[in-house]
Design a protein around this ligand. Structure first.
Ligand code: SAM
Ligand code: DTB
Ligand code: SF4
Length: 328
């Protein structure tokens, strides 16, 4: 009897058309479009799904800085590279809440707490759960990025009131092993499954400017877009070069190719928030405006990312005013 009811309830899903799978070649074909045509298409998709003039703002805080065991070639916080960064212990709750209150007062809608861990140990997780509970009580959406999760940790985070978990796949499957060797892309996908299964929104994107090819960028976007479902939030980071890391001297991406990457993310993930993430401090206003035109509708807001600088909130407020952008 129960089985019959279950079948009847699940029947309508059979009528929902399967989501399109994107091939790498199709995304390369988007990149090959004339720039104006690509942006026009991205704007059309953007306007079908979102208010084209509204941007979501998240403020970041590094709650545990440096000393990470992993070897991600772009990262200031890996213990394998001498970047001059002091290893710190987990911030106390009151300091986190002070920062969260300030972020809310400035107008952020979400507060993202990042820890330089391969993943949290059980003793690490308990204080983070308190942070999530207390930040949530301030009326902010909560996000954490803590590395790989073990079984059961995602549901503890969910129970504490976590709205988003950030865990990037960073680069294409083919390029992954040249950037990171201490964990695999599959490890990351496993954590993303745990996050989704626990009912937490997925924030997952990548970095460009690592010296990757256009094909590799297309493969990164395909990997994200073909997730089932695609991430709710897709941060696209432009490498912030950090002295002492292996990628300090990587060939920077042409700004137009960065904008093309944003446009491809928008077209292939029409319902996701696409976040113009790290790298805005090094970007001029016109490039940022074109990213918004290409469909970016979220930013990190506030003068610090995790360990590097971001435009200060007043500068962003002025940019928003000049572009007629409002906040979500
Ligand atoms: N340890 C956790 C992890 O790896 O998921 C959380 C923190 S980690 C710093 C979060 C993300 O920030 C990375 O996955 C990467 O995409 C981005 N990131 C790190 N260093 C960066 C840099 N120098 N420039 C741009 N993005 C960077
Ligand atoms: C994401 O995709 N970018 C943010 C956030 N998620 C955690 C981190 C950017 C870090 C940039 C380098 C730094 O400040 O250390
Ligand atoms: Fe550690 Fe995350 Fe940095 Fe990799 S990106 S070294 S996992 S903090």
């Amino acid at each position: 009897m129960t089985a019959t009811v279950a079948r009847a309830e699940s029947a309508p899903t059979a009528n929902i058309p399967a989501r399109k799978r994107w091939s790498v070649a199709e995304i390369e074909a988007l990149f090959a479009l004339p720039f104006n045509d690509l942006l026009f298409r991205a704007q059309q998709v953007h306007r079908e799904h979102f208010d084209a003039n509204a941007i979501q703002r998240s403020t970041l805080l590094s709650i545990k800085t440096g000393g990470c065991s992993e070897d991600c070639g772009y990262c200031s916080q890996s213990s394998r590279y001498d970047t001059g960064l002091e290893k710190e212990s987990l911030l106390p709750l009151n300091e986190v809440l002070e920062n969260a209150r300030a972020a809310k007062a400035k107008g952020a809608s979400r507060f993202c707490m990042g820890a330089a861990w391969r993943g949290p140990k059980e003793k690490d997780l308990a204080p983070v759960l308190d942070m999530v509970r207390e930040v949530k009580k301030l009326g902010l959406e909560t996000c954490v990025t803590l590395g790989m999760l073990k079984d059961g940790q995602a549901s503890q985070l969910k129970d504490a009131g976590l709205d988003y978990y950030n865990h990037n796949i960073d680069t294409s499957p083919e390029f992954y092993g040249q950037i990171i060797t201490t964990h695999t892309l599959q490890d990351r996908l496993d954590t993303l499954d745990k996050v989704r299964d626990a009912g937490i929104n997925v924030c997952c994107g990548g970095i460009v400017g690592l010296g990757e090819t256009q094909k590799s960028r297309a493969a990164l976007i395909a990997e994200l877009a073909n997730m089932s479902p695609p991430p709710d939030s897709v941060p696209i980071n432009n490498l912030v070069q950090v002295e002492g890391t292996p990628l300090d001297q990587a060939e920077p991406i042409d700004p137009f190719d960065f904008i093309r990457t944003i446009a491809a993310a928008r077209i292939t993930m029409p319902e996701s928030y696409v976040r113009l993430s790290a790298g805005r401090q090094q970007m001029d206003d016109a490039t940022q405006a074109l990213c918004f035109m290409a469909g970016a509708n979220s930013i990190f807001y506030g003068e610090r990312l995790l360990t590097t600088d971001n435009p200060d909130a007043d500068a962003d407020d002025k940019l928003f005013a000049r572009l007629g952008l409002k906040s979500i």
